[in-house]
Design a protein around this ligand. Structure first.
Ligand code: UD1
Ligand code: PEP
Length: 420
């Protein structure tokens, strides 16, 4: 398993080009299954999760290829509607092929994703919404087996999500796009990645109203065509590199990104004393001196995203004063805390609440990355700490940060990957 060796004490400075968003690329790849003619997707990041989904889609017989940051797909060769456990277990977002396969081909068999380090993450809302559209769903031997009604097509319905779910909303709008009749969805997720998916579906010929709101109406169409589309910039990758500027009293300009996607995060940066300047496709963050403590609650978009919680907590570790963080989305998303404590952070966790008392500095220590964003939080801590930090199990970071060492080196970070 690969490790990172990071020599700390660097004040980062420079520019970083932001990649397409992992969390948009995955549903957009799944949506390709819906198209009767070829689709071309640009700005697709080269990541382990993207490779997994491409492999899973190729396993159905669909012709799909990734060249650089472009993926092309032709569904005319499909001969299977099956997503195996071996791939699904490595990436929960694999469940996103369920809605498209079922809506287009009337059947699907997809392994049930398990829980993961950050929480149990059930998919009951995905299944309930598809059932409301007339699907017959059984769960047997760890697989979700889904069939459309006898007509072969799902039916429009009225469905209210019990919880705001990004993946649940995505699976449902993809299915509804090809259903017979109109689907009314309430309590939808409004994340930019859901909006990106809806926009691509519209480009493919779907009829969707209420994009970016909690209430969406989808009038099903008989078929969807291919299109050419470009993945939205990664707001979490953007936020992570900008947070590194705050962590080290440095300055970072994130390019090829969009400030409008991440207002709640930029507002927190400003509350912490950073100078934030934005342009049409860039954001600059400059931090003079020590950040100020801040209070954070993670909630669905447009509030503060759970995927930035670990990174901001790490900045709070060296901030002046006491910060309070409340994680409302996932029940176990504080796995980075014991590792940050090993580096000298003063954090107390009680249930969903973490109280972080800022310290003057962090120290290098051997640590273990437990999940994707926890990995980035440890990288940030290591860059700011005095001494050499070894971070184990960095395969997590490869799921979600494209060319991470190159980008960090471009900002002055001293980082080495040790492959064993
Ligand atoms: C690939 C992708 O886009 N991943 C993102 C997506 O994950 P994902 O789509 O899995 O997250 P959800 O929005 O579905 O989960 C939000 C909450 O709803 C619960 N829930 C979800 C579905 C369901 O059927 N039943 C249920 O109870 C989950 O356990 C969780 O507590 O949104 C999360 C929340 O912004 C992000 O952290 C992830 O990075
Ligand atoms: C939790 C995340 O991803 P996933 O839903 O793919 O596990 C994330 O991107 O932070």
């Amino acid at each position: 398993m690969d490790k990172f060796l990071i020599t700390g004490g660097t004040q980062v400075k420079g520019e970083v080009v932001i990649s397409g968003a992992k969390n948009a690329a995955l549903p957009l790849l799944a949506a390709m299954i819906l198209a009767e003619t070829p689709v071309t997707l640009h700005n697709v990041p080269t990541l382990k999760d993207v490779n997994t989904l491409v492999k899973l889609i190729a396993g159905t017989g669909i012709t799909i290829e990734k060249n650089g940051d472009t993926v092309t797909c032709d569904t005319s060769t499909i001969n299977s509607y099956y997503a195996p456990y071996e791939l699904v277990k490595t990436m929960r977002a694999s469940i996103l092929v369920l809605g498209p396969l079922l809506a287009r081909f009337g059947q699907a068999e997809v392994s049930l994703p398990g829980g993961c380090a950050i929480g149990s993450r059930p998919v009951d809302q995905h299944l309930k919404a598809l059932e409301a559209m007339g699907a017959t769903i059984t769960v047997e031997n760890g697989y979700v087996k889904a069939k459309a009604p006898a007509s072969g097509r799902l039916k429009g319905c009225h469905f209210t999500f019990d919880v705001v779910t990004v993946g649940g909303t995505e699976n449902t709008i993809m299915a509804a796009a090809l259903a017979e009749g109109t689907t009314h969805l309430e309590n939808c997720a409004r994340e930019p990645e859901v909006v990106d998916l809806a926009n691509m579906l519209v480009k493919m010929g779907a009829k969707i109203e209420g994009i970016g709101t909690a209430y969406m109406t989808i009038e099903g169409v008989d078929k969807l065509n291919g299109c050419e589309y470009s993945v939205v910039p990664d707001r979490i990758e953007t936020g992570s590199y900008l947070a590194l500027a705050m962590m080290t009293g440095g300055e970072v300009t994130a390019k090829k990104t969009e400030a409008s996607l991440m207002q709640s995060v930029l507002k927190k940066f400003e509350e912490m004393g950073a100078q934030v300047t934005v342009g049409s496709d860039w954001i600059n963050v400059k931090m003079a001196g020590r950040p100020k403590a801040v209070d954070i609650r993670t909630l669905p978009h447009p509030a503060f995203p759970t995927d930035m919680q670990a990174q901001l907590m790490t900045v709070c570790c060296i901030a002046e004063g006491t910060s309070t963080i409340i994680e409302n989305i996932f029940e176990n998303r504080y796995m980075h805390v014991p590792e940050l404590q090993r580096m000298g952070a003063n954090i107390k966790v009680d249930g969903h609440t973490a109280v972080v008392q800022g310290v003057d500095k962090l120290n290098a220590a051997p640590v273990i990355a437990t999940d994707l964003r926890a990995s980035m939080s440890l990288v940030m801590a290591a860059v700011a700490a005095q001494g050499e930090t070894c971070i184990e199990r960095i395969y997590h970071i490869d799921r979600g940060y494209e060319y991470v060492e190159d980008k960090l080196r471009g900002l002055g970070v001293k980082i080495e990957r040790i492959s064993e």
